[in-house]
Design a protein around this ligand. Sequence first.
Ligand SMILES: *[C@@H]1O[C@H](CO)[C@@H](O)[C@H](O)[C@H]1NC(C)=O
Ligand SMILES: *[C@@H]1O[C@H](CO)[C@@H](O)[C@H](O)[C@H]1NC(C)=O
Ligand SMILES: *[C@@H]1O[C@H](CO)[C@@H](O)[C@H](O)[C@H]1NC(C)=O
Ligand SMILES: *[C@@H]1O[C@H](CO)[C@@H](O)[C@H](O)[C@H]1NC(C)=O
Ligand SMILES: *[C@@H]1O[C@H](CO)[C@@H](O)[C@H](O)[C@H]1NC(C)=O
Ligand SMILES: *[C@@H]1O[C@H](CO)[C@@H](O)[C@H](O)[C@H]1NC(C)=O
Ligand SMILES: *[C@@H]1O[C@H](CO)[C@@H](O)[C@H](O)[C@H]1NC(C)=O
Ligand SMILES: *[C@@H]1O[C@H](CO)[C@@H](O)[C@H](O)[C@H]1NC(C)=O
Ligand SMILES: *[C@@H]1O[C@H](CO)[C@@H](O)[C@H](O)[C@H]1NC(C)=O
Length: 736
Amino acid sequence: MNMHVFLQHGLGLILLGAQYTSGAAVPSSECRRWCGNVEIPYPFGIDPNCSLVADVFDLSCELRDGVLKPFRGIFEVLDISLAHSTARVLNNIEASCYNNTTKSMEHFGYHESANGGPSSVYRLSDVQNRFTVIGCSALASMSDQDGTGYQGMAVATCRDMSDLVDGSCAGMGCSQTMIPKRMYYYDTNFSSSVNTSRIWEFNRCSYAVLMEAAVFNFDISYVGNTTFNDTYHGWVPMVVDWAIRDVNSCDAAQRNMTYACLSSNSVCVGSVNDYGYTCNCSQGYEGNPYLQGGCKDVDECRNNNPCPSGGTCHNTIGGYRCSCRVGTKLEGNTCSPNIGLILGVTMGLFGSIVITMIIIFWGQMAIQKRKLEKVKREYFRQHGGLFLFDRMKSEKGLAFMIFSEAELVHATNNFDSTRILGKGGHGTVYKGIMKNNMPVAIKRCALVDARQKKEFGQELLILSQINHKNVVKLLGCCLEVEVPILVYELVLNGTLFEHIHGKKQASQISFSNLLRISYEAAEGLSFLHSYASPPIIHGDVKTSNILLDENHMAKVSDFGASILAPSDEEQFVTIIQGTCGYLDPEYLQTCQLTSKSDVYSFGVILLEVLTGQLPMKLEGPDTQKILTSTFLSAMSENNLDTVLVSHVKAQASMELLKGLANLANKCLDLCGDNRPSMKEVAEELGRLRKLPMYPWVQLGVETHGESPSVHEIESDYYMGENESQHINPGSSYYAR
Ligand SMILES: *[C@@H]1O[C@H](CO)[C@@H](O)[C@H](O)[C@H]1NC(C)=O
Ligand SMILES: *[C@@H]1O[C@H](CO)[C@@H](O)[C@H](O)[C@H]1NC(C)=O
Ligand SMILES: *[C@@H]1O[C@H](CO)[C@@H](O)[C@H](O)[C@H]1NC(C)=O
Ligand SMILES: *[C@@H]1O[C@H](CO)[C@@H](O)[C@H](O)[C@H]1NC(C)=O
Ligand SMILES: *[C@@H]1O[C@H](CO)[C@@H](O)[C@H](O)[C@H]1NC(C)=O
Ligand SMILES: *[C@@H]1O[C@H](CO)[C@@H](O)[C@H](O)[C@H]1NC(C)=O
Ligand SMILES: *[C@@H]1O[C@H](CO)[C@@H](O)[C@H](O)[C@H]1NC(C)=O
Ligand SMILES: *[C@@H]1O[C@H](CO)[C@@H](O)[C@H](O)[C@H]1NC(C)=O
Ligand SMILES: *[C@@H]1O[C@H](CO)[C@@H](O)[C@H](O)[C@H]1NC(C)=O
């Protein structure tokens, strides 16, 4: 029998013997690639000389009901997948129905017993298809080509319609079974001993078909009068696996003239169903692996970003890569802080000296790296900056230490809550005692997000290099934990905030000391602003960030918000940072932090010193809630006296207080450019400090025209020793 002839029933599409031509012809560009709405990708074709193998991969394109549809014999082709080497076709529902006139069972639909041929390219998909039988007295069997191989059965029964459940296909009215691999043909037989002669009034027909499981959902009406056959109009989708089957395997195919996966980035894949092979585009490519140049690069970044959160996706030929933001690097599936990178990037900003240093450093590292034992190299890779800081230490002679996690756990008694000195927006600070009995402040970030990791890195970098008596000293860090832990010198005597607004309030500290502390803080900030170009901006200047050491010397702390390079695009989208009441109004509008923003905040500090008031009050009359506006209106009304706190008035001269108020006024100028620089502020404070301390209000006490006595300064020392030391107090003050 001619193999090209479709038999009157059965699965014609599986019957074709192969007439393989040698050497895959390049299909003409005139070949039609669409039939109606269905794409016909090579190796398939609908026109002559357009498929990989004549006849075997040929489809016909026929006009049915006014629409062009591709057919393989009697089977309409719904779609063809190259990536999965499957095709969906419509398969005919077979039925066995009782005829109440002839009193016999009649068979409908296609079934067959003819021989297909194992060289057919198609196989019935065992993964996606189920042999589906519907009825209340139905027993159907399916068998492969000669009845001697596979024989499967499915039975569906019920007493009446009430036994049936929508969606349930487990025997009551509906039953599905799997089929094995390697089937290219099947035959259906309804058992004559189980028939619908007694139940024909509600279930005249039994149905059986091999169909795609995913599209089937049992409905009880399939047994009733709108039957399964009616619902699907006699045809249901079925999946076939196709493959090139002129050889057994990829190995053999690659040695054969007819090998079809010759185009670049095309790989051979052994057939999943029976022998033979298919072609697939290699990982990172998509398209038609059977055509020259058919596999095209996939733009992995176009739709869903496959990179971890915070990462940026970059498409590459055959793949993609992820990059993390400046200051983080890809580690496993997350962007984690990369001290080394931050160092490299930011240090560039410190000018050519540092650049030279980096060059020396990298050069040294390259030499050093070769010498390193394998183990240490691995360690370095894991912890990034460890070795880096080692180098820094020896290069620059920084008194900077790398601590192990165990050391810090020991120092803080496993981060015991009784050791907490303060909690702030950027982390928790613990008091720690190092092995040499040196007390330190250990700062650990509570929340780990990419931005905070970056802040940590920045803080680390800046502070490790800054050495100024009015800036809190960074002693070292610990890098073997997810978020680096920072170790600072412990600054014992509370904050300026506590000394101005604390419980003991005005009695605590003399005005001359307040003035000196302000001056020192200004010096510290001025140092930061002048240390590098562009300047290091603190970004969160406030009284609670000015710490006092045992000599009541001011030390500026908490660089969590510090910004090194204001050109960074990211900044324009980050949330405003800082603390309510201290925020530069210009910064709020432009979102650009400048050194003048620190000057503004410092102006607020001067007001707190002068007035003893909080920058913002939640209670009280509206007009007095914001300290700056209360002050500025008093200034404009030339009514300074009303806002100054009495103990200040009692301790300082009018000239001094007016000078301070004027300085504060300049710092609070709405236009940043008009504000003095931090250096000028420090100089002015230095000048004012030298003025005699005549009180504004004469108390009738004789003064000596000199600064307060030593005794007076020393009297400040009584406080602080027993007080809890909050490095970051006043959580209610933090901007959210
Ligand atoms: C198909 O190719 C063969 C051999 O190259 C050629 O003889 C024949 O004319 C072609 N048929 C069409 C319709 O192009
Ligand atoms: C029953 O069989 C008779 C005789 O062959 C035929 O005319 C009739 O259409 C059949 N009825 C049904 C419902 O198939
Ligand atoms: C056969 O079925 C038809 C409707 O399908 C019905 O009119 C007729 O009465 C039935 N015959 C018998 C003998 O039940
Ligand atoms: C239906 O099955 C019963 C029991 O197996 C049998 O007696 C009867 O002849 C069958 N009827 C037809 C029409 O096949
Ligand atoms: C189909 O059923 C008939 C009658 O029961 C039987 O003679 C025949 O061998 C069966 N065919 C197959 C393939 O099972
Ligand atoms: C379907 O059967 C129900 C009874 O089961 C009957 O009431 C209804 O009229 C039938 N519908 C049709 C279209 O035959
Ligand atoms: C199944 O439906 C098709 C199309 O609606 C129809 O031609 C065929 O006769 C039906 N078969 C049965 C057994 O009802
Ligand atoms: C190559 O393929 C042809 C059929 O196209 C086949 O006859 C031949 O045996 C194959 N050769 C090898 C080495 O598999
Ligand atoms: C072909 O490659 C795609 C993408 O790489 C993959 O999803 C698919 O499973 C592969 N197909 C086969 C048959 O291996």
